[in-house]
Write a new protein. Structure first.
Length: 366
């Protein structure tokens, strides 16, 4: 560690303090010990990584970390225990953790190592194929648990490194296909029995496109292009229909509540509606520490986990919420600056890890 950057540590410590204040005010016993132990591990890891050379870290530890992450995911499937229908936790005594959280970082580290080793051929078919395979292995193990939310994070990690490969054509193709499939999955969650109707509407639309291309634009082989894209659409629709049909009820509810937040405020959308009420009731300066009614009286579920931000917004108001967002902004901007400096003073692949870490934290914080 040649230079210390306080503008990274200060916002990180502020976020740690705000999160710890909420945890301490709600939990006790083993859960509190787990939180304090996690803080200790985080600081120990920070000190170790700060004094570790970046290149030697990737060269000698990336493969080991990736294999360790895969082993932990396999152990979770074999000996883990279920929480809310997902076998995604391992534990011994008061130490309980989600191996998928560790696998996120080990996958990023290994993909950074692999792409750095093959940076000169980063957009070749072979490099992208192996990159996708290495990203798909932990993704499949996470989906086996099943944990759809974490699976989406691994898809984002794969897409992020696909962007780093700088294959513009493949990136555009994957982006378009992902957008179409996502829209189709949402559609089939809303209308499970509408596959035939969608196919008929698509056939009519592609027929109009054929008439336009053949009659008005005088394209002789218009039927070839129309049939090709119509076939691609039908395949994607069939795949999306099967995926949506395989979702569990709570997974469909999450998607539908995201599209229509007010559809079921008393049951599947209860968490979302109560979090919005908590955030709004905080107003400008908040109700005060430990004085939030939505969280303290039990109306807001997950007040020290998934919906901690809503709990903080209720007690510290707009001011506290703004300071948290400002801390994230400063933290991300400094990480991006480090990536840019690495890009300027070293080879391009040296900026892969800070860029990927920034994108990962940005995705995880939303």
């Amino acid at each position: 560690m040649k230079r210390f950057d306080p503008l990274i540590l200060i916002p990180a410590l502020f976020l740690l303090v705000m999160g710890s204040l909420q945890n301490i005010s709600y939990v006790s016993g083993d859960m509190l010990y787990r939180h304090l132990f996690s803080i200790f591990l985080g600081f120990a890891g920070m000190v170790i990584l700060a004094f570790t050379k970046y290149k030697s870290f990737l060269r000698f530890r990336a493969i080991v970390f990736y294999v360790l992450g895969i082993i932990l995911l396999l152990l979770t499937l074999a000996a883990g225990y279920s929480v809310h229908g997902s076998r995604s936790w391992l534990g011994a005594g008061f130490i309980v953790f989600q191996p998928s959280e560790i696998a996120k970082f080990t996958t990023i580290i290994f993909l950074t190592y692999y792409l750095s080793r093959n940076y000169s051929s980063r957009n070749s078919f072979r490099t992208i194929l192996f990159l996708s395979a290495f990203a798909a292995l932990p993704l499949l193990l996470v989906l086996k648990q099943p944990d759809m939310g974490t699976g989406l994070v691994f898809i984002f990690i794969w897409f992020m490194f696909l962007y780093f490969s700088q294959n513009a054509g493949l990136l555009v193709f994957v982006s378009v296909i992902t957008a179409i499939v996502s829209a189709e999955i949402i559609f089939f969650c809303m209308r499970p029995d509408a596959f035939i109707w969608l196919a008929q509407m698509a056939a009519a639309a592609f027929a109009l496109v054929y008439v336009f291309m053949r009659v008005l634009m005088h394209i002789r082989k218009a039927h070839v292009a129309v049939l090709f894209f119509f076939g691609i659409f039908l395949l994607s629709a069939f795949f999306s229909h099967k995926v949506a049909a395989g979702f569990r009820p709570y997974q469909k509810d999450r998607i539908l509540n995201f599209v229509q937040p007010a559809r079921d405020t008393l049951h599947s959308g209860y968490h979302l509606s109560q979090s919005l009420i908590a955030i709004g009731s905080g107003k400008v300066r908040g109700k005060g520490y430990r004085r939030g009614t939505q969280a303290r009286l039990g109306f807001l579920p997950g007040k020290y986990t998934d919906f901690m931000f809503a709990s903080i917004a209720e007690e510290f108001g707009f001011v506290g919420s703004f300071l948290i967002l400002l801390a994230y902004f400063i933290l991300f901007s400094r990480i991006i600056k480090i990536a840019v400096m690495a890009l300027l003073i070293s080879r391009a692949h040296s900026s892969l890890f800070p860029y990927s870490a920034c994108c990962f934290f940005r995705h995880s914080s939303t």
